[in-house]
Design a protein around this ligand. Structure first.
Ligand code: NDP
Length: 268
């Protein structure tokens, strides 16, 4: 369900890394619907162009900016930050969303894969946060929201590198929350399973998946024993991101919101 936002967020500028698909795209729509300016980035030009066409059909194009940018390339991020500020005059919220999981066990994760995964989970937060920090500090209500995973607290053996990297990333995010306060609040959402582009790709790559995506997803929900009985939607993740990325959560920093349908089993 997409929230109908009652406040006026016109004049607020949001940056969404990985805004061309899934959770990032749903978040972009939610902020645009609330009147904000949104700048998105992704690596794949076609995916980005398709997102821009989709957004132009629903929203005023003057409020949208899209740029090809790899969050692991510091120079590209720094150039993106300059362009966003030139276009919209500043930045109020950064959403560190870009990324994906790596399916692998301790046995089959080689050294290069470990390095790639650690680099992705750490630098997808470090480069954009550093690149936009000085602009966020100028906002009256600067906020960073990191789209993270329940794996940071509840590791899975078949996602060994992603789980370990997410745990380290969560520690980094908590340290940033202390150091960047009070100018910038830093929070994260912890996702269990949300139906998005990456699950579509896993379905397409799974030789045993059959040919009905809905059935495949339903079977996984059952197998995992998700108490709410289904995958989450990108909109449900976006709603939590919106709360953390706006003054609605003005007294919250260093916190996490669980978006896992009750799949979380840890206490605290
Ligand atoms: P999608 O694959 O639908 O979207 C991922 C987005 O990130 C795309 O826009 C992609 O575009 C972009 N992206 C990936 N790598 C980079 C990069 N290096 N630089 C810039 N953009 C990049 O997946 P989701 O919406 O599911 O994923 C969003 C976030 O949520 C990810 O960090 C993911 O790990 C996390 N998450 C998702 C879960 C789920 O169940 N869906 C579970 C736990 C965490 P492009 O490929 O063109 O660059």
């Amino acid at each position: 369900m997409t929230l109908k936002i009652s406040g006026d967020f016109s004049g607020r500028t949001i940056v969404v890394t990985g805004g061309s698909s899934g959770i990032g795209l749903a978040t972009t729509k939610l902020f645009l619907g609330a009147g904000a300016n949104v700048a998105i980035c992704g690596r794949d030009n076609t995916r980005l162009s398709n997102a821009v066409v989709e957004l132009a059909g629903e929203f005023d194009g003057d409020h949208v900016m899209a740029e090809t940018c790899d969050v692991l390339d510091k120079d590209q991020i720094d150039a993106f930050a300059i362009n966003v500020v030139q276009r919209f005059g500043g930045v109020d919220t950064l959403i560190n969303n870009a990324g994906q999981a790596r399916l692998s066990t301790f046995e089959d994760t080689d050294d290069a894969a470990w390095r790639e995964e650690l680099e992705l989970k750490f630098f997808s937060v470090i480069y954009p946060s550093k690149g936009f920090q000085s602009h966020l500090e100028k906002s009256e209500s600067g906020a960073i929201v990191c789209v993270s995973s329940l794996l940071s607290r509840q590791p899975e053996a078949h996602l060994v590198a992603t789980s370990a990297a997410r745990a380290g990333q969560l520690s980094l995010i908590h340290s940033m929350a202390r150091e960047l306060a009070p100018a910038i609040r830093v929070n994260s959402i912890l996702i269990g399973v949300v139906d998005s582009g990456q699950w579509r790709r896993r379905f397409e790559a799974d030789p045993d998946a059959g040919n009905d995506y809905e059935i495949w997803v339903r079977d996984i929900s059952k197998e995992k024993g998700i108490p709410l009985g289904r995958f989450g939607t990108p909109d449900e993740a976006a709603n939590a991101i919106f709360f953390l990325g706006t003054p609605y959560s003005s007294y919250t920093t260093g916190a996490t919101i669980d978006i896992s349908g009750g799949f979380s089993r840890h206490v605290g």
